[in-house]
Design a protein around this ligand. Structure first.
Ligand code: G6P
Length: 508
C-alpha cells in the first residue's frame, strides 16, 4: 500500500473522489498459463469515470465478483481499487436475493413477481453497511463520493452517519417504480431514508424522479420544492434495519403528517432528486465504426448469414425485462403469415448470460431456447436460419461489426432504465443506414424520438413496426437516423458524469 492508502487526519483514506458500485471497475482475467490479472471493465460508466479518477486521486469501491474471497486494495491503470468481500451466502441473499429477486422485478413494473424475505433484507443491510465502511475508510476529508445503483441504496445514509464531511451523490441506473408499486416493499421507508442520505440523487427519466418524489412525500411526509427534498432529520442505523423506519412515530416523518411548507427552523438539509439521462462513450463507438477491419467483419457477418436482404438484430442481457419473447412471437407470426421468409429476413439475437443463479433467469433461458428451437425447426432451410441465437458476450469490436451488419435493431424492452444498446447502434451508424425500433418503455425513448417507437405488449403493433422497418425507404430511414445521431453525438457519458458532478458541487 502506498502513501495514498494511509489514513489522513480528519478520517478516511486519501482519496478525493470515490465511486461505489456493486461491481468493481475491473474484470479478472485468467491467462493460458493459469496466472490471473485484471482488465478494466468495458462498460460506459467505467470509461466515463476512469479519466476523472486519474485526474483527481480517485478510488473505486466494489465487489470483485467472486464469493468467499478477501482481496487487498490494489492499483490498476491509474485507479485505486477497493474490493469488498461477499460470502457465498451473501451472494445468494444480498445479490441474487434482495437485489435481483426483490428490487429488480419490483423496480421493473413487477414483470416478474418480486419476493420479500426478511433475511434477504437483513443481508442487504449488512452488505450496504460493509460498502459504507469501506468507503468511509477510503475517502479523504471533504471527498466527493458517488454511489451507483439499486444494490446500494442504503449506503448514502450509512455513509453520512459515519462521514458527515463528505459530499454524496447517488445515481439509480434502473427505473424507479410508481409509488403504488414501490409501496409494496416492506422496507420502503428505510430505502427512501437511505437514498436521502445523498446530497444529489440522479435518475434516468423525469418520470423516475417524479415517482421517487411522490414516494418521499407520501411515505415520509417530507416537503419538496423544485426537486429539492427538505430532509428534517437523519435516520439511525436501527431505522435502516427496520421496516417501520420513522413509521408514524415522529410527526415530522410519519405517514399522514405531510408537510405543505418548508420547515422554518432551518434545521433541515437539502437532498435534490432529478433526472440525468445517462449516455455512452459515443466517440469510441464512432471510431470503431470507421475501422476498416470492423467494416470488413460486418460484411463477413452478412455473408455468413447467407446474405439475407434484411438482418434484424437484438442485443440484450438474457433478462425478462428485455421483451425477447415478445419480439420472437412477433417474428414467428410474421413467418407463419409469410409476411417475411428466412431467405429474406434473419434475426440475430445476442443474449448475454446473466444472473443464472436466479430461478426466474434460468426459466427464461429455457423458454427462449425452446422458442428459438421451435421457430428454427419450423422455418429454417438448409441455407438460411430464421433466428441466429448467440448465448455469449462479445467484445465491443464485434458488437460494432454487428451494428453495422444490421439493417434494423429491435429494442423491445418491457421496462428499461435507459437501454444503451439503442444509443450504441445509433452512434455506430455513421454511414447513415439502419432503422431503430425502440420500446417506449425505455429511458432512451425520451430522447430518441425519431426511432419507430413501439408498445412491445401490442404484438400487432410490433409486427407492423418490424415490417415498416424492413420496408422503409432509404430517404426516410436516413432522415430519421440523422436526427437520432444528433442526439447521441451531443450527449456522451463523459458529459453526463460532468453534469452530475458539477451539480453536486454547486449544491454544496
Ligand atoms: C444493469 C444494472 C447494473 C448491473 C448490470 C449487470 O445494467 O443497472 O447495476 O451491473 O445490469 O448485471 P449484474 O447483475 O451482472 O451486475
Amino acid at each position: 500500500m502506498g502513501e495514498k492508502t494511509a489514513r489522513r487526519p480528519g478520517g478516511g483514506g486519501g482519496y478525493d473522489f470515490v465511486v461505489v458500485a456493486n461491481r468493481l471497475a475491473v474484470d479478472r482475467l485468467t491467462y493460458q498459463d493459469g496466472s490471473t490479472g485484471w482488465r478494466r471493465s468495458p462498460g460506459g460508466l467505467v470509461t466515463a469515470l476512469a479519466p476523472i479518477m486519474a485526474e483527481s486521486d480517485g478510488a473505486w469501491v466494489g465487489w470483485h465478483g467472486a464469493a468467499d474471497e478477501t482481496l487487498e486494495p490494489f492499483d490498476h491503470e491509474g485507479m485505486h481499487l477497493v474490493p469488498v468481500p461477499l460470502s457465498a451466502l451473501e451472494v445468494e441473499e444480498y445479490y441474487e436475493g434482495f437485489s435481483n429477486g426483490t428490487l429488480w422485478p419490483l423496480y421493473h413494473d413487477v414483470i416478474a413477481r418480486p419476493e420479500f424475505h426478511r433475511h434477504w433484507y437483513e443481508a442487504y443491510r449488512r452488505v450496504n453497511q460493509r460498502f459504507a465502511e469501506a468507503t468511509a475508510a477510503t475517502a479523504a476529508k471533504g471527498a466527493v463520493v458517488w454511489v451507483q445503483d439499486y444494490q446500494l441504496q442504503l449506503v448514502p445514509a450509512m455513509l453520512r452517519e459515519m462521514r458527515p464531511d463528505v459530499r454524496i451523490g447517488f445515481f439509480n441506473h434502473i427505473p424507479f417504480p410508481p409509488s403504488g408499486l414501490f409501496s409494496q416493499l416492506p422496507w420502503r421507508q428505510a430505502v427512501l431514508r437511505g437514498l436521502l442520505g445523498a446530497d444529489l440523487i440522479g435518475f434516468q427519466r423525469e418520470s423516475d424522479a417524479r415517482n421517487f418524489q411522490r414516494a418521499v412525500r407520501s411515505r415520509l411526509g417530507l416537503y419538496i420544492r423544485s426537486d429539492q427534498v427538505y430532509v428534517v432529520s437523519e435516520p439511525s442505523s436501527d431505522e435502516l434495519g427496520s421496516s417501520i423506519a420513522g413509521h408514524g412515530e415522529d410527526p415530522a416523518r410519519g405517514l399522514g403528517t405531510r408537510r405543505t411548507s418548508a420547515p422554518e427552523d432551518g434545521g433541515h438539509r437539502i437532498s435534490e432528486a432529478r433526472a440525468f439521462p445517462i449516455s455512452i462513450d459515443t466517440e469510441r463507438i464512432v471510431a470503431l465504426s470507421e475501422r476498416p477491419d470492423i467494416i470488413a467483419r460486418s460484411q463477413q457477418i452478412r455473408r455468413e448469414l447467407g446474405e439475407p436482404s434484411t438482418v434484424l438484430l437484438g442485443v440484450d442481457r438474457l433478462d425478462y425485462t428485455k421483451g425477447i419473447r415478445h419480439r420472437m412471437k412477433a417474428l414467428e407470426e410474421l413467418l407463419a403469415e409469410k409476411a417475411v421468409s428466412p431467405e429474406d429476413v434473419c434475426l440475430v439475437q445476442v443474449a448475454s448470460p446473466s444472473r443464472e443463479g436466479v430461478e426466474s433467469y434460468r426459466l427464461l433461458r429455457e423458454e427462449i431456447e425452446a422458442t428459438v428451437g421451435r421457430i428454427n425447426g419450423e422455418y429454417d432451410t438448409m441455407a438460411h436460419t430464421a433466428i441466429r441465437y448467440l448465448h455469449h458476450s462479445y467484445p465491443v469490436e464485434e458488437m460494432v461489426a454487428l451494428y453495422l451488419a444490421a439493417d434494423v435493431l429491435l429494442v423491445t424492452a418491457l421496462r428499461d432504465g435507459m437501454n444503451l444498446v439503442a444509443k450504441e447502434y445509433v452512434a455506430a451508424r455513421r454511414d447513415g443506414g439502419g432503422v431503430l425500433v425502440l420500446s417506449e418503455f425505455t429511458g432512451a425513448a425520451d430522447q430518441l424520438k425519431q426511432a419507430l417507437l413501439v408498445n412491445p405488449h401490442d404484438v400487432d403493433e410490433l409486427k407492423a413496426s418490424i415490417l415498416q422497418a424492413v420496408h422503409m425507404d432509404e430517404e426516410e430511414s436516413r432522415r430519421r437516423m440523422r436526427t437520432l445521431r444528433r442526439q447521441v453525438t451531443s450527449n456522451n457519458v463523459q458529459r453526463w458524469a460532468q453534469d452530475f458532478l458539477n451539480r453536486l458541487e454547486e449544491l454544496s
